[in-house]
Design a protein around this ligand. Structure first.
Ligand code: ADP
Length: 211
């Protein structure tokens, strides 16, 4: 309601009051839209535990096709080149796997270096009782002192003017991976790119994580 009504004020009254009023309306529209995004992202975060579905046999390559459809516009706009290696079939909450890969791919596209097309590779390898999934990008990279911090809710390394976002995406990823009995981490070099990795057990696990 707040976002739609300030938007309406903007459409009707922009340029009809004084220049200060135009600025104030712009801030109100921007603030209301950010609040909307924040609430939606917080709801997503809180629902990982409460609205999770039972684990079912899931083809991860289908998950990636779904994610690429969802991100088609961002992929096209950025001219992103995405390579998906053969991926396994696992027991998982398919909707949450879509959410997980979608957050990682959206970040790989968003945090690209200026003047570079994102090159992203998704792969998986078996290690003992785990599958290790990798999402590699050629983006701006991350300093190693922030490798743990970025998975904490609201932690962001850039202002909203540089890259939009609420700082909730990776904490959602962490919560999803942990509900599936795995862990998530990043390796990266600033100005070269990042590799986000997460493990998922190959054996069926009982759901974990807070409910
Ligand atoms: P948001 O994308 O809304 O800022 P996230 O929780 O998804 O929040 O990410 C937290 C922070 O981690 C980002 O603000 C960014 O600084 C860093 N980050 C995440 N993914 C990448 C990436 N692929 N390359 C470089 N930095 C990243």
């Amino acid at each position: 309601m707040v976002a739609s009504y300030v938007q309406l004020i903007k459409q009707r009254y922009e340029g009809k009051l004084d220049p200060d009023a135009d600025d104030f309306i712009e801030y109100a529209v921007d603030g209301a839209n950010r609040m909307k995004r924040l609430i939606n992202d917080l709801l997503t975060f809180s629902r990982v535990g409460t609205r999770g579905r039972p684990f079912e046999t899931t083809r991860v390559s289908d998950v990636l096709r779904h994610v690429q459809d969802n991100l088609a516009m961002a992929i096209e706009e950025a001219g992103a080149d995405i390579v998906v290696d053969p991926l396994p079939t696992i027991e998982a909450d398919e909707a949450q796997l879509v959410q997980l890969f979608q957050n990682l791919l959206a970040n790989a596209i968003k945090f690209r270096r200026e003047g570079e097309h994102p090159r992203i590779r998704v792969s998986a390898a078996r290690e003992g009782d785990d599958w290790i999934f990798r999402v590699e990008d050629n983006g701006i990279g991350i300093e190693d002192e922030y490798f743990d911090k970025i998975f904490i809710i609201f932690q962001r390394l850039h202002g909203k003017g540089d890259f939009p976002g609420t700082g909730i995406g990776l904490s959602v990823c962490k919560k999803i991976v942990e509900r599936h009995g795995g862990r998530i981490w990043v390796e990266s070099k600033p100005c070269e790119g990042s590799v986000f990795q997460f493990s998922l057990p190959t054996r069926r696990v009982r759901e974990t994580g807070e409910q």
